[in-house]
Design a protein around this ligand. Structure first.
Ligand SMILES: Nc1nc2c(ncn2[C@@H]2O[C@H](COP(=O)(O)OP(=O)(O)OP(=O)(O)O)[C@@H](O)[C@H]2O)c(=O)[nH]1
Ligand SMILES: [Mg+2]
Length: 470
């Protein structure tokens, strides 16, 4: 069943829009044809001269008209359609934020004819009423969920409709080609008019740019994901070198178990953190060593998988212990581009030095001494880590990046495949009806990025992640 099945999307809705809990101010919202009438039933202005009108805040009380009991002193503002978030009549009520206050006011609004809003229903209505497109509705959630300033900037672009601006010209080009294709299909038999030269000329003129633009949008996806979810730092190395201690220091609490017994961590463990305002996912892994223990073996397989996916690898060694052959082997095979060698436990008498490690590496890579225990040299290590990210999304100019998400990416891929088929079809002399089908498929996929044309499942999937009240 889809999220909004059976719900009357024209009925007036109400919801608490701020987190329910103790706080300075809590906000309730109403939207729909009866929003203003319901407000008038439960709100009485403090001054008898005050009147509720568009975008004017009025001080007064929320009062249960049945009992005359005042529930809270509030500010109320009416907003008149179509100049509102949903394009419907709306009300916002600002009360004191406490669970009981908020819930009693909500109950009162429901008792007077509103129904409880579904998740994201205010935004859904903004979309259904044509104020925003679907990619902008997704942008609302991206703004709320942004974990960093870069993610917020990207989300704001999405909210402002950048995706639509990127995709619309592509749809228009396809539309133009389709018009001539269809004319050919419709008229050529009856009238002898032949539009084939026209549409094929339009195709060869526009197809390279069209396909290139779609590919370019798709290319930005990996960077967008990185900005959204943060960079993945995977801590890897032999047992007992202090990998879990490093994770704990990164996140500032004892998340991973640390003991002096080698093989403590058996599986990987992931935690999010900000390093100088940049979001990271730090992954602690099971130690790598030759072993017969089946659990440790599985753990090591997972560690290596994580290492492959990583944006950055911290290869950790114990600075107070000489290298063994296995460790030296790891160093010789290291992927230097994304690795930082960390000599941990530098608070102890040192046996390993960066100078001894460097010649073993297949190419130059940073080697840094730290102590997860005392925090010595920690800043030097994090700066090196950030330096490793040079030329990634972090430092590159992302102002031209179009904020693509997984759903957009899949639709772009579908469009690109269909256009590839069409291009091939023309060369093979495929019948025009099939060529037109491919063009239509590409066009529909591009259109679905900004509009789901009433597809309940797609809308459900998007709005399911929203909170009630947004
Ligand atoms: N002196 C000193 N001891 C450390 C440091 N970092 C970790 N240790 C100690 O080294 C031991 C192993 O630390 P862990 O963080 O569990 O090491 P690990 O690499 O996660 O070990 P496994 O999970 O077994 O692979 C513990 O006794 C820690 O207290 C450090 O910087 N200095
Ligand atoms: Mg560990």
């Amino acid at each position: 069943m889809t999220l909004f099945e059976g719900l009357d999307l024209t009925h007036t809705i109400a919801a608490i829009s701020t987190p329910v809990g103790m706080g300075g101010i809590g906000i309730l919202r109403l939207s729909g044809p009866d929003a203003h009438a319901i407000t008038r039933k439960v709100f009485s202005p403090r001054s008898h001269k005050a009147i509720l009108k568009h975008r004017q805040m009025v001080l007064g009380d929320i009062m249960d008209p049945a009992s005359g009991e005042v529930i809270d002193e509030v500010f109320t503002v009416l907003m008149a359609a179509p100049h509102t978030y949903t394009r419907e009549d709306m009300t916002e009520i600002q009360c004191h934020s406490g669970r009981v206050v908020l819930e009693r006011i909500l109950k009162l609004l429901l008792a007077h004819g509103a129904r409880l809003a579904g998740p994201g229903e205010f935004t859904l209505r903004a979309y259904l009423n044509g104020r925003i497109d679907l990619s902008q509705a997704e942008g609302v959630m991206e703004v709320i969920q942004a974990q960093s300033e870069a993610a917020l900037r990207m989300a704001q672009k999405q909210l402002r409709g950048e995706i639509r601006r990127a995709v619309t010209p592509l749809i228009e080009t396809l539309d133009m080609i389709l018009t001539y294709m269809e004319a050919d299909l419709d008229f050529s038999e009856d009238t002898g008019m032949d539009f084939t030269p026209t549409w094929q000329a339009l195709w060869s003129e526009n197809a390279p740019a069209l396909i290139h633009d779609i590919a370019r949008l798709m290319e930005g996806f990996a960077t967008c994901q990185m900005i959204r979810d943060g960079f993945e730092v995977v801590i890897i190395g032999p047992p007992n070198v202090g990998k879990s201690s490093i994770l704990n220091r990164f996140i500032g609490r004892d998340r991973a178990i640390v003991t002096e017994i080698p093989g403590t961590t058996r599986d990987f463990l992931e935690e999010g953190t900000l390093i100088q305002g940049i979001p990271f996912r730090v992954v602690d892994t099971a130690g790598l060593r030759e072993t017969d223990d089946p659990i440790e073996k599985l753990g090591a397989v997972r560690s290596l998988q994580k290492k492959r996916q990583a944006d950055i690898v911290l290869f950790v060694l114990d600075a107070a212990r000489p290298l063994d052959d296995e460790e030296a082997q790891h160093l010789r095979q290291m992927e230097v581009e994304k690795t930082l060698v960390v000599l941990n436990k530098c608070d102890l008498p040192r046996v390993l030095s960066p100078e001894a490690i460097r010649p073993l590496l297949p190419a130059p890579a940073p080697v840094v001494e730290v102590s997860a225990k005392t925090g010595e040299n920690w800043e030097a290590m994090t700066s090196l880590l950030l330096e490793k990210l040079q030329n990634t999304a972090l430092t590159r100019d992302v102002s031209s990046l179009i904020p693509i998400n997984q759903r957009h990416y899949q639709l772009l891929e579908k469009a690109k495949t269909a256009l590839g088929r069409l291009d091939e079809g023309i060369r093979q002399g495929t019948e025009e009806v099939f060529l037109a089908q491919d063009a239509w498929e590409a066009k529909r996929a591009l259109e679905a990025i900004t509009g789901a044309s009433g597809d309940g499942d797609i809308l459900s999937n998007i709005f399911r992640t929203f909170c009630v009240g947004k």
